[in-house]
Structure formats: structure tokens, C-alpha cells
Design a protein around this ligand. Sequence first.
Ligand code: 8DG
Ligand code: MN
Ligand code: MN
Length: 368
Amino acid sequence: LMRTGPAQQSTVCPYACQRRTTTANKNKRFTDALEVLVEYHELTEIEGPRVAYSRAASVLKSLPWTIESMGGTEALPCVGEKTRTLIQEILQYGRSFEVEKILADERYQTLKLFTSVFGVGPKTADKWYRRGLRSFSQILADPDVQLNRMQQNGFLHYTDLSRGLSAAEARAVEAVVGETVRTVAPNARVVLTGGFRRGKEFGHDVDFIVTTAEPGRENSLLPLIMGRLEEQGLLLFQAHHPSTLALKKIPCRRFEAMDYYSKCFLILKLEGSRVQGGGQAVPAGRGWRAVRVDLVAPPIERFAFTQLGWTGSKQFERDLRRFARVERNMLLDNHALFDKAKFLAAVTEKDIFAHLGLEYMEPWQRNA
Ligand code: 8DG
Ligand code: MN
Ligand code: MN
């Protein structure tokens, strides 16, 4: 009988886009610890260790076995000395001292708290921390702190938004957005993307791609959709970024979360009656909860690139771009795949994997 285990680790590929990573993480005790280190370096904007620890966590998530001893861990790609020390500590003591130290660190705790507010990034959080602010009430009471519209709404809906969403709530949101789009643009198409397309059970928002076959019409879709949501009294907040797409632009050298399509970041009102077993999904007595929704509306010929770029995970995306650049000398981003002198066309995600010479990965295998 073949055993799945350390003997097979030589087969672990170095890029996340070559590994099938489902949501069934068999090494959560190690990856949870690594993710604290990733988050700490993200919050303090230290790039090197952030990259190294995210790659290590991603490798461990993809393993079809649970690590139970150090034997063979030296053969795993992207797992360096620091990660092996952490694995060893967790195996031996059930916890990592470095992680415990970070979890107890006041700066880490405060930056994590502040960035949990919609609209607050590491820079703003750090600015507030350096002002001596330590709590939400101190921020809100400080006459010198100017909150932008996004942050005001982040605080206003904090309790709902910080809870995240279940897959059942995501389906209810999908029904609302679908109905809205059918009303204002019957020929448009809406598809789910982001974490819920990857089969996650929880997420911080619900992401959708909206497209139409009529050229140029994609730019009017989001305003129409937002207008209809507003009429229904469901639009609590919207930040719309019109398209800045220049079709001849060569993909950027680095992974960026940004792209040039028309998109909007929303807070919607989700009514409890829409959620199956909605009793526990919405606060008692109110009948609704706030949810974060992202919509992106690319031109139809860019659909495959948008879908591949917005499905994630973020680590999967970073490694796809890095693989294209380092292994294929191509440039990939949310808009296009560029090979030396020419752009390679794609109708589906499968076409892009094929251009890159990669085996196709289903969305639920991209939870790197
Ligand atoms: P979750 O935290 O929402 O559950 O996970 P997720 O769905 O994987 O993360 P996300 O933050 O919603 O991002 C989904 C994908 O969208 C991710 O791979 C990054 C991608 N993305 C872009 N461009 C942009 C952008 O301009 N803004 C945002 N928010 N995400 C973007 O490719
Ligand atoms: Mn998402
Ligand atoms: Mn999103």
C-alpha cells in the first residue's frame, strides 16, 4: 500500500500555482502561527520576511499529510530555517515563542485592531499608533483625527463587517446582486469570484465580476447597479472607481492588488429573510446586517484575465505572476498576458494556464 507522507515531499512544487491547495488545510496549527508572522510583517511593512513566511505557509497548506516530525521538512520548498524552528517548537511545546511574543506586543495588537476597520490600512493605523492612540474611542474622540468617508462607514458598520460572512450569506448576496443586475441590464452577466468562488466557508466580503457583450457598455454598468441598489434602500456605502484602462499598457512587473477596470467597493444591507436559517446571521430585532461587496466590470475580452486575477488567493496570484515572469519570461496581470512582443489572447482561464504551460487548477484548488 502506498502511504501519503514524508516520502512524497520531493514532489512538492515551488510555486503555489503548481500545487492543488483546497480549503482542507492539514497543517493549520503551523500555518496559523506562520500567518501571525506574515501579518506582523505586513502591518509593520517589512517586505522580506513577509514574503518568506507567506510562501512557507502556502507550501504547508498544500501538503496532503500532517507534519508530525521534523523528518523531511528540510526537503520542502520555501521552508527555511526560521520556519523549521517554528515547526519544531510547535511540535515540541505546542506553541511558538516568537508568535507568542508578537501576539502580546502592544503595537501589533493595536495595528491589527485599527486595520480591522474598513478603509484603514497599515499607514493610517501606524500614524494613529504614533500619535499615542490605542483604542477606537480614543480615535473617535481625537479632534485632530480626520476620518474619510470610507473610514466613517467602517466605524459605523464595524460590528457587522468585522464578523465576516458565511457561504449562506454570500449566496443571499448573490441573489440580491443578480436580481439587481437583471433589472437594470438584462443582457449583462454576473459571476461570483474571490474567496467564495474558491469554496471558502467564510469571507470578509463577496466579490463579483459583471460583464456585457456590448462594447463600451461595461463602463455604465456599475453606476446603473448602484442606482438600483440605492432605490431599493440597500446601498449603505459606495466608492466607485471608473475605468482607467489603457489597452496598450504592458502588465506591471510586480504583483499589485490594483487594476484599471471600472469597480466599486460597497457596503450593502442584507435582509435576514434572504438568508437561509437567517436567524443567527442578522442581529436580533434589526432584521438586517451590513455586508461588504466588491464589483468589477471589465470589457468582455478581458473577462478571463479578470476572473483569474480576482479569484485569488492572493498568494496564488503572486506566484502565478512570479512563475510567468521567472519561468516563462512573460508578464501577467489582471488585464493581459504579454509574451515578448505580443499579447496572448484568452477566452477562458484554461487558455491562460495553457499559455503558461501550467496544468489547469480549479478555483477550489487555488486556496494557497
Ligand atoms: P476574503 O478575505 O474576501 O474572504 O478573501 P478573498 O476573496 O480571497 O480576498 P479579497 O480581498 O476579496 O480579494 C479577492 C481578489 O481580488 C484577490 O485575489 C485580489 C483581487 N483584487 C484585484 N484587484 C483588486 C482591487 O483593486 N481591490 C480589491 N479589493 N481586490 C482586488 O485583483
Ligand atoms: Mn473576497
Ligand atoms: Mn474583495
